[in-house]
Ligand binder design. Structure first.
Ligand code: DCT
Ligand code: MG
Length: 399
């Protein structure tokens, strides 16, 4: 299966010997990009199978179920499984019998059945069926490309495309710029970014931002602010003490990175933020501040301890995804709270604000529907206080 690159025999992948892959890597043999990805699926399966027998698999199982429902455009069950995975992740102990789950929140009937099956049999038939399903594997492969969402992946799948080479060889498919860069840098950007690499990028952005505006405010956010050791990208917030100057700052930073020859890809979105349209009653996936999605070139010499690359990779650099968002300074605290994540934490915090406090929270503002007024905040602590919640540090928001 691995050598042929075919995915037809995936149901038998749990008996696959992955030593071929590790041996190839050690011997410096080239490994095709999609094969590498399919191996990730395979390792995920092996992890799942292994952890099932050792009793730590529930969270992985729910992540798989959530993703599969996302691919089927079933938002409700997808969120329910994501929430179940989060609850299990937040527990300081491992679930070993069904009774202890009875008092846990957010575990519906379906989730309980999955837990029961795994606790009893060490595996979930439903999860195994998904993992060996060709459509799931191909959609997972396609959506792993920067710029390819579930809709595009589904479109390609329906057209009979089953691999990256199928997509790239199909003359009627026109990849947008983001997807072209996604394929071009696939190997690098599908590899996790380490803390040291994030730190090195922080130095690069810090230098650029302060060369342009000496009193600019730069903050690392996203998963690395929550103390994670690895991430899929590095997120930063940049703003200026002077209201209105922040948007020009972002375009100047982009120009500077371009001039330095390290800008491999840039999608810039100008601000569409309009105070008069607040509060927003409909939740929008993205805020309206100026932002850019970048791919930057990071040199080995810039990283403390060097880049973590495979032995045969002698380029001396790697591509990394970086996001910059630039709110006006009076919106900084809301943006920081929103971009610090995790996504599940944000979702639940907004839900809490709406249901328990009759308040609307997003990355722009906090609105009190009872008092019909906006609540100002200069720090995250102010926002927690407005919500009547005890402040929790970013590292406690990982669930
Ligand atoms: N975010 C959000 N809504 C979006 C996009 C992002 O609320 N549509 C928030 C949640 C997390 C944060 O912004 C950064 O997003 P990611 O980089 O996707 O998440 P992360 O937690 O940093 O994860 P990773 O470590 O994988 O980058
Ligand atoms: Mg991130």
């Amino acid at each position: 299966w691995l050598k042929g690159g075919s995915v037809k025999n995936l149901p038998v992948m749990h008996v696959l010997d992955i030593s071929w892959f590790t041996d190839s890597m050690r011997e410096g043999k080239p490994v095709a990009v999609e094969t590498r990805h399919l191996i990730q699926v395979c390792i995920c399966f092996l992890n799942y199978s292994f952890t099932c027998t050792s009793g730590f698999s529930l969270q992985d199982a729910f992540e798989v179920l959530a993703e599969s429902h996302e691919f089927n455009d079933m938002e409700g069950p997808c969120l329910a499984f994501r929430r179940a995975a989060s609850v299990l992740k937040s527990l300081p102990w491992t679930v070993q019998n069904l009774r202890v789950t009875e008092d846990l929140p957010c575990l519906g009937e379906h989730s309980m059945c999955v837990i029961e099956e795994i606790l009893q049999h060490g595996r979930s038939f439903e999860v195994e069926k998904i993992l060996s399903d060709e459509r799931y594997q191909i959609l997972k492969l396609f959506t792993s490309v920067f710029g390819v969402g579930p809709k595009t992946a589904e479109k390609w799948y329906r057209r009979g495309l089953r691999s990256f080479s199928d997509v790239l060889a199909e003359p009627s498919i026109h990849l947008n710029r983001m997807q072209q860069s996604g394929f071009l840098h696939y190997g690098d950007i599908s590899r996790a970014v380490s803390k040291a690499e994030a730190q090195a990028l922080g130095n690069i952005i810090d230098e650029a931002v302060h060369a342009i505006t000496p009193d600019a405010i730069l903050t690392l956010t996203g998963g690395f602010r929550r103390g994670k050791d690895f991430g899929h990208d590095v997120d930063f917030i940049v703003t200026t003490p002077q209201l209105g100057k922040e948007e020009r700052l972002l375009t100047s930073v982009i120009d500077r990175l371009k001039h330095q020859g390290i800008l491999l890809y840039c999608e810039y979105q100008a601000s569409t933020f309009d105070e008069s349209k607040l509060p927003s009653h409909r939740f929008e996936a993205m805020d309206h501040f100026a932002k850019c999605f970048l791919i930057l070139r990071l040199e080995d010499s810039q990283v403390d301890g060097g880049l973590q690359t495979a032995e045969e990779d002698r380029r001396g650099w790697r591509a990394v995804r970086v996001d910059l968002v630039s709110p006006p300074v009076d919106r900084y605290a809301f943006t920081l709270l929103g971009w610090s994540g995790s996504r599940q934490f944000e979702r639940d915090l907004r839900r809490f604000a709406r249901m328990e406090r009759r308040m609307l929270l997003d990355n722009h503002a906090l609105y009190d529907k009872t008092k019909k007024e906006f609540l100002a905040a200069t720090t995250e602590k102010d926002i927690f206080a407005h919500l009547g919640l005890e402040y929790i540090e970013p590292w406690q928001r990982n669930a």
